[in-house]
Design a binder for this molecule. Structure first.
Ligand SMILES: [Zn+2]
Length: 69
């Protein structure tokens, strides 16, 4: 559990399949509102506006690989 009581994405995602770091960040697609961008940027990874064919919900904060379905 995270400090705010929500489920920690790192618990949900588990360790990175590439480097094993438990540093998952949620991957967000599309552009958020400018006002919340800075807040979100600390805890999430922005994948841009182009939705890939197979979007991965988690990104490793250490090596940058993405995984999950
Ligand atoms: Zn990694």
């Amino acid at each position: 559990m995270a400090r705010d009581g929500s489920v920690d994405v790192r618990d949900e995602a588990g360790p990175c399949p590439v480097c094993g770091a438990v540093e998952a960040r949620p991957v967000l697609y599309g552009l958020p509102d400018v006002g919340i961008f800075d807040d979100l940027q600390r805890d999430a990874v922005f994948a841009g506006c182009t939705m890939p064919a197979v979007p991965h919900p988690y990104a490793c904060a250490v090596c940058g690989s993405r995984w999950g379905a």
